[in-house]
Design a binder for this molecule. Sequence first.
Ligand SMILES: Nc1ncnc2c1ncn2[C@@H]1O[C@H](COP(=O)(O)OP(=O)(O)OP(=O)(O)O)[C@@H](O)[C@H]1O
Ligand SMILES: [Mg+2]
Length: 253
Amino acid sequence: MTLVRVDHVSFGYTANRRILDDVSLDIAAGDTIGLVGESGSGKTTLLRLLLGLTRPDSGSITFDGKPLDPGNGAFMRTFRRQAQVVFQDPYSSLDPRQTIRSIIAEPLRSLKIPGDHAKQVGDALEAVGLERDVGTRFPHQFSGGQRQRIAIARAIVPGPRLLLADEAVSALDLTTRIRIVDLLAGLSKSMSLLFVSHDIGVVAALCRRIVILEKGRVVETGDTASVLANPKHPYTQRLLASVPRLSLNEVSS
Ligand SMILES: Nc1ncnc2c1ncn2[C@@H]1O[C@H](COP(=O)(O)OP(=O)(O)OP(=O)(O)O)[C@@H](O)[C@H]1O
Ligand SMILES: [Mg+2]
């Protein structure tokens, strides 16, 4: 079943080219997709469009068969529960003045999700490998990896069907990165994952499909193992040539 369909989407201009240029992409329910491309290729812009934060200039995005329309308040309220995002920097993304419990409960409050929030927060903490009772503490009491677990807990607490991760492991050291990738791999069994990364080694370990973005265009897409074994597009070949073999082996082992 197709959860998200990006159909011939174009958006904005930068340096005389489109920021996103005729992008088409399907995300199936339960799929894990790696979105790879150089800095400035439009990855974050595409995530913003997928979250309904920005509207495409042309083309359309549908979620569960319905058009994603930032102007449709009723639709956006139900949609926001179903698509959540995790960002790169676990330091700036958590409010230092709030307790962990309050941070993770924020989507439950703002989306007015009924039920026992304390229990839902505890369940989310457990799902990301933290103790239920850490909720009374503050972000500064946690390491970068633990903070990223907290950011992931906040993203999964409303029960999304789509998780978007924008360089969510890039700021972490290698050991921590592998642990968080493992966590995302586990979570991806119950939701679709679109994972943005510069790191093809991590994408190889985590994602069933890969989408290569160059200057706002999708230049290659397919099954990750086949694309990496036999890259067709010169840009993909260049990207792969710049990846040290060591890091590919380390992350997939
Ligand atoms: N609001 C904006 N107004 C004008 N240009 C923008 C805006 N947002 C992004 N851009 C431009 O769009 C292009 C794509 O930016 P984007 O942030 O999507 O790239 P990215 O692939 O996420 O890069 P990175 O890997 O560095 O995060 C860049 O050239 C950027 O300068
Ligand atoms: Mg970006």
